[in-house]
Design a binder for this molecule. Structure first.
Ligand code: PSU
Ligand code: MN
Length: 306
């Protein structure tokens, strides 16, 4: 492969490089979930467990982050551990990925930034917990995650547990449709809501197997339909927190957000941390379970595509 201009800025871990060279299946992983989405040390336990699940399933995990200004595709154990403990990592999305690089910073990459890097390296499947979306009150705040726009333009399949109920799920689905993003429910007729298996919204498309998801993607490729795909995978029943239970906590977290005047990038991390307190840790246990579940499905999709 001829060297791309971005190659000089990216370090590819040897296990990832081997898998890429041999055309073996890979699953990309984001790092904002580590730097901003979960507390230490559960963030690192989750990261390790997810990489193990992917490797045991027969694919190669590729955790993406920025370490001292270098974009990493695959981190060493030392790098991952340090990233999970830094207090001042940037949350880098499309707007500021290059800034983190040019400033020599450490950064967790959001779904949007991770998709960009995965795409540069030809990694087609990506597992995470939840995507960013349209926030409640967006008609006033205009807070719409860059993840949705990235899904519209960058050809990576993102496996997530739907959109969190802290978001405005109907508006999130509307923006995804506008951006031309297929939203595929895995074995479900309704849009999953992260901690809950269900929401009140019908899923736009339903597919019941990883093989059929891969076949759908191959058809998109054949037709030259670019852009990403969102696969919405409901949390396992045993780890679910019902919509009714979650709704009260979310309302409380949302009220605290407003009273503290928190806006912009800090919104999602604040709400996740507040819900962790309000649910006495249960939201985090569920969050870890659904990421693992998404890693399993992403591994199967990556194998079916390879
Ligand atoms: N949802 C979670 N945990 C997270 C995130 C979302 O349950 O850590 C992170 C992801 O990295 C996602 C980002 O890409 O938050 C979205 O942030 P924003 O809404 O500021 O674009
Ligand atoms: Mn936002």
């Amino acid at each position: 492969m001829t060297s791309q201009p971005f190659s000089a800025l990216i370090d590819i871990h040897p296990t990832v490089a081997d898998a890429l060279a041999e055309g073996r299946p890979l699953v990309a992983l984001e790092s904002t979930i580590i730097t901003h989405g979960m507390p230490y040390p559960q963030n690192l336990e989750m990261a390790q467990a997810v990489e193990d699940i992917i490797a045991e399933g027969g694919a190669t995990p590729a955790l993406i982050a920025v370490v001292e200004g270098r974009i990493k595709v695959g981190l060493s154990d030392e790098e991952r551990s340090a990233l999970g403990q830094t207090k001042d990592a940037r949350k880098a999305s499309r707007a500021d990925l290059a800034f983190a690089v040019s400033s020599g910073e450490n950064a967790g990459t959001t779904v949007a930034a991770t998709m960009m890097v995965a795409h540069m390296e030809g990694i087609k499947v990506f597992a995470t917990g939840g995507i960013g979306g349209v926030h409640q009150g967006a008609s006033e705040s205009f807070d719409i995650s860059a993840d949705l726009i990235e899904l519209g333009r960058t050809g990576v399949i993102v496996v997530a547990a739907g959109a969190k109920a802290i978001l405005d799920i109907p508006k999130t689905l509307e923006v995804l449709e506008t951006q031309g993003v297929p939203v595929v429910g895995y074995q479900t007729d309704v849009m999953p809501a992260f901690w809950s298996r269900t929401s009140d919204l019908p899923i736009p498309l339903r597919i019941d197997s990883a093989q059929e998801i891969a076949a759908f993607q191959k058809t998109r490729d054949q037709l030259g339909v670019d852009g990403g795909m969102l696969v919405a995978n409901p949390i396992p029943t045993s780890d679910e927190i019902s919509q009714d239970v979650m709704q009260g906590y979310i309302a409380q977290a949302q009220a605290d957000l407003e009273s503290q005047g928190i806006t912009g990038k800090a919104v999602t991390p604040f709400l996740l941390a507040r819900l962790l307190e309000l649910t006495d840790g249960k939201s985090l246990t569920s969050n870890i379970a659904l990421v693992k579940n998404n890693a399993r499905l992403a591994t199967e999709i990556a194998k079916a595509l390879a």
